[in-house]
Each structure stands twice: as C-alpha cells, then as structure tokens.
Design a protein around this ligand. Structure first.
Ligand code: HEC
Ligand code: HEC
Ligand code: HEC
Ligand code: HEC
Length: 155
C-alpha cells in the first residue's frame, strides 16, 4: 500500500509540474505578445502601426530580458490596478536602449549596410544616439502626444 501511495504521489507531482510549467510557459508567451501590451498601451499601438516599424513587435524594441520584463511587468500590473499610474494617458518613464536599433541595422556590417554605416559615422560625430534624428521610428510622436493631451483635458 505504501508503495502505491508513493507512486501516486509521484504521478500527482509530475502532473502538477506539467501544469505549472506548461501554464507559465503559456503565460510567458501571452504576456510577450502585442495583444497583451496594447491592453494598457492603446495610443502606443496606434502610433506604432503607422510608424516605420509596424512589422517589429513591441517586445523586440522594449525588452530588458525575460526576468526583468516579467518582474517589471508585475510591478506595472500593480501600478495600474492601484491607479497609481494611468498607462493609457500618463507620460511613462521610458528608457530606450539604442543597441536595439544598432543590432538590426548596423550589425553585422554587410555590403548592404556598409555605406549607411559610413554615412552615419559622420552624422553621429556631433549627435549622440539614434532618436535625435529618427524620433518617429518607434512611434509617430504627434499621435503619441494625443494621449497626454487627453490626459490634461481630464484634469
Ligand atoms: C497592466 C497594464 C500594462 C500592460 C499589459 C503593459 N504595460 Fe507597459 N506600462 C504600464 C505601466 C503602469 C507603466 C509605467 C511603469 C512605471 O511608471 O514604472 C508602463 C511602462 C511601459 C514602458 C515605459 C517604461 C519602460 O520600461 O521603458 C514601456 C516601454 C512599456 N510599458 C512597454 C510595454 C510592453 C512592450 C508591454 C507588453 C509586453 C507592456 N508594456 C504591457 C502598464 C502596462
Ligand atoms: C522600433 C522600435 C519600437 C517598437 C517596435 C515599439 N516601440 Fe515603443 N518606443 C520606442 C521608442 C524609441 C520610444 C521612445 C523612447 C524615447 O523617446 O526616449 C518608445 C516609447 C514607448 C512607450 C512610452 C510612451 C510614453 O508615455 O512616453 C511605450 C509605453 C511604448 N513605447 C510601448 C510600445 C508598444 C505597446 C509597442 C507595440 C504596439 C511598441 N512600443 C513598439 C520604440 C519602439
Ligand atoms: C527587429 C529589427 C529592427 C529594430 C529593432 C529596428 N529596426 Fe529599423 N527597420 C527594420 C526593418 C526590417 C526596416 C524596413 C527596412 C526596409 O523597408 O528597407 C526598418 C526601417 C528603418 C528605417 C527606414 C524607414 C523608412 O521608412 O525608410 C529607419 C530610419 C530605421 N529603421 C531606424 C531604426 C532605429 C533608429 C531603430 C531603433 C529605435 C530601429 N530602426 C529599430 C528593422 C529594425
Ligand atoms: C545626425 C542625424 C542622424 C543620426 C544621429 C542617426 N541618423 Fe540614421 N539617418 C540620418 C539621415 C539624414 C538618413 C537618410 C540619409 C542616409 O541614408 O544617409 C538616415 C538614414 C538611416 C537609415 C536608412 C533609412 C532608409 O531609408 O533606408 C537607417 C536604417 C538609419 N538611419 C538608422 C540609424 C541608427 C540605427 C542610428 C543610431 C545608431 C541613426 N540612424 C542615427 C540621420 C541620422
């Protein structure tokens, strides 16, 4: 009898592990989709769709690595749920890493992008970063700004 119970425990344990791991893999996948992001970032969806990178997913530009994303994500759900931040209208403290742009456009250096990189070596002599000149790449700013205007009207 004792042997049977042990086996049963093992089986229950394995099923539980599969459900938990399977469930969180699903959760990780879902919480990395555009559909999930735009639940809270509606204006960003509109300003991204008509921008220069509608084929690039939100998470590709905005990831800080899986662990950080999910930790920050839990904090964001908390801030939204408690009303401390209104992600639909507030200006959010975004820190964008331009290595993301470089990884897609300048690295690796191929024949195709060699001239572009050479030209940019001159452009970036006095200007740092990409966003000073390419401010609309992720989101068309005029559309994104509508979100803050609406926020002011409500106050
Ligand atoms: C539950 C609502 C909610 C969801 C879903 C959500 N966010 Fe956010 N997001 C927020 C809140 C709230 C903030 C402000 C956080 C703060 O003030 O610290 C924020 C901030 C941001 C910022 C600016 C700060 C930073 O970290 O650079 C970016 C970019 C961002 N979210 C992208 C995303 C992406 C990409 C997704 C999907 C993977 C996503 N968000 C899903 C609520 C959400
Ligand atoms: C090509 C890269 C790129 C893609 C794709 C992209 N973004 Fe962004 N996002 C940016 C950049 C760049 C900024 C502005 C950073 C700055 O001005 O410092 C930004 C800003 C934001 C902010 C902060 C807005 C605020 O209030 O200031 C949020 C939130 C955000 N993006 C969410 C999203 C979501 C959701 C998607 C997908 C629907 C997405 N982004 C797709 C590059 C991108
Ligand atoms: C996931 C890869 C990826 C990332 C990240 C990315 N881009 Fe792009 N970018 C592309 C692709 C693909 C195109 C379309 C290329 C084409 O049509 O020739 C593009 C197009 C562009 C264009 C030309 C748009 C046009 O209409 O001619 C510029 C400028 C640009 N990206 C700059 C940036 C900057 C700056 C960043 C960082 C904020 C960035 N990209 C991030 C892949 C990326
Ligand atoms: C001082 C302004 C300036 C800065 C800073 C700058 N660029 Fe550019 N970029 C330009 C100009 C002007 C063009 C169009 C002329 C050309 O292709 O040389 C351009 C074109 C591009 C294109 C090609 C668009 C197309 O139509 O194919 C890409 C991709 C690009 N930049 C990416 C970047 C990335 C990534 C960064 C950051 C590392 C960056 N740029 C920083 C001014 C700048």
């Amino acid at each position: 009898m004792a042997k049977f119970d042990k086996k049963k425990l093992w089986i229950i344990g394995i099923i539980a592990a599969v459900v938990i791991i399977g469930g969180s893999v699903g959760a990780i996948k879902y919480t990395s989709t555009n559909a999930f992001c735009v639940l809270c970032h509606t204006y960003e969806e509109n300003s991204w769709m008509v921008g220069q990178h509608p084929e690039v997913n939100c998470i590709t530009c905005h990831t800080k690595g899986l662990i950080m994303d999910k930790t920050v994500g839990i904090k964001k759900v908390f801030l939204t749920a408690t009303g401390m931040v209104d992600p639909w209208h507030d200006k959010l403290p975004v820190k964008f890493k331009e290595e993301k742009c470089i990884a897609c456009h300048f690295e690796p250096a191929t024949d195709e992008n060699k001239d572009l990189i050479d030209r940019h070596a001159k452009y970036t002599e006095n200007v740092e970063g990409c966003l000073t000149c390419h401010g609309n790449v992720g989101h068309v700013q005029e559309i994104l700004n509508e979100k803050y205007e609406y926020s002011k009207q409500q106050q």
